[in-house]
Design a protein around this ligand. Structure first.
Ligand code: ZN
Length: 392
């Protein structure tokens, strides 16, 4: 089935050197040939050849810098935002949230649709899900001149950027999602874990602009983790974040769903928190609701929120130490209430406090980005852009 009236003509990916130049322009903005050569360690001849190829391919434009007081005017290369457009789609248990973005990850349109209800075996029907995503893609294709690819993100374990090995929310096991979607739309498709997609988005358009290594922690229904090491997003964590999510916080604390006393999840997983939260807090529970109840005088709710913030502080400190990064991005639809509690920064300050004979000081940069489902879908789109540009 052809999904739009326009013919779909997949464009060639970029060579490694073209991708490096394009990535630099997208991440750091316009640059002169000289700057690019210096930053990417390319000869002037190579930079000129690459610049010409990118301009000819419509990926970049080049203009003379306004006259300088001294010296010759210089050629400045700028990425063309509309050179590529990609649909990003975030799947939750019951809804597909989609956006269409240009090459800078700027959202040009949004759409959403309900997913089919789970079948008798408990899983959301795959073929019907593919149809929903293809229909959203067709709708969003009308908002842009042409479409180059699709990125799909969901919570779970993804193999080879295409197969959902474990998709807990959708009830999926070993489901190849990329192939049928690719066949139906004629577009290249990448499927990623949703936190990995967010890490990829941060790599190009967020924390990655200033840090080559950083961690991402998401707080939603449960904890999620993403890792960027030396400029590369780790596509698949060895444990899907299990080791950090269940790291010990307080041996005298409440148990998590797996029976660990006082692990991080016991304080931060919504289901675990709901088991000890006052019945007056509406379910499904959120930290936003606990904060509000705490402010209204419910001391038990306030204590649960502070305990969760303290646990998150420990998780951040442990992740920073293990990953050897100064930067951790905290994201998710329910993260703001936790970072607003002073308990989190107190724990981090305490964990960083040097001993009497230690001279080395360390500071952490904690970036907080509360997320909506549109932001999650944008993460999927950025993963799609990276895939379309260079097959990464
Ligand atoms: Zn646990």
């Amino acid at each position: 089935m052809v999904m739009t009236s326009r013919p779909v003509t997949p464009r060639r990916g970029l060579s490694a050197a073209e991708l490096a130049v394009t990535r630099h322009l997208l991440v750091h903005g316009p640059a002169t040939r000289q700057d690019l050569g210096d930053r990417l360690n390319l000869s002037y001849a190579s930079t000129s050849r690459l610049a010409r190829a990118l301009v000819d391919g419509g990926m970049a434009s080049e203009a003379l810098e306004p006259e300088q007081a001294v010296g010759r005017p210089r050629q400045v290369l700028t990425a063309v935002p509309g050179a590529r457009h990609v649909v990003g789609c975030k799947l939750t248990a019951d809804t597909a949230y989609a956006v269409v973005c240009d090459m800078f990850g700027d959202v040009q349109g949004t759409a959403r649709a309900a997913l089919p209800r789970p079948g008798p075996e408990g899983g959301v029907p795959v073929a019907a899900t593919v149809k929903v995503v293809a229909q959203l893609t067709a709708r969003l294709a009308r908002r842009v001149p042409s479409l180059d690819g699709i990125g799909v993100a969901l919570g779970g374990v993804i193999d080879a950027s295409s197969t959902v090995q474990e998709g807990t929310f959708l009830g999926w096991r070993d489901v190849d999602l990329a192939t049928p979607l690719q066949e139906r739309t004629g577009l290249p498709v990448i499927v990623t874990n949703d936190v990995t997609a967010l890490a990829r988005e941060q790599l190009w358009f967020g924390a990655g602009r200033t840090h080559s290594t950083f961690g991402v922690v998401t707080v939603g229904a449960g904890l999620g983790f993403g890792v960027v090491r030396e400029g590369l997003a780790v596509d698949r964590l060895i444990d899907n974040g299990h080791l950090l999510a269940h790291s010990p916080i307080d041996a005298g604390g409440p148990p998590c769903g797996l029976g660990h006393a006082g692990c991080a999840s016991a304080y931060l997983d919504h289901d675990d928190v709901a088991r000890h939260a006052p019945a007056t807090i509406p379910r499904p529970i959120t930290f936003g609701a606990l904060a509000e109840a705490g402010r209204a005088g419910d001391s038990r709710a306030g204590r649960l929120l502070d305990d969760a913030a303290r646990a998150l502080g420990h998780v951040v400190a442990t992740m920073a130490g293990a990953l050897q990064t100064r930067c951790v991005v905290l994201a998710g639809e329910d993260v703001a209430a936790l970072t607003e509690s002073p308990a989190m920064s107190e724990v981090i300050a305490e964990r960083l406090r040097p001993g009497p004979n230690e001279v080395q000081r360390c500071a952490l940069e904690i970036v907080t980005t509360p997320l909506t489902f549109t932001d999650w879908a944008r993460g999927a789109a950025v993963a799609g852009i990276q895939h379309v540009l260079g097959g990464v």
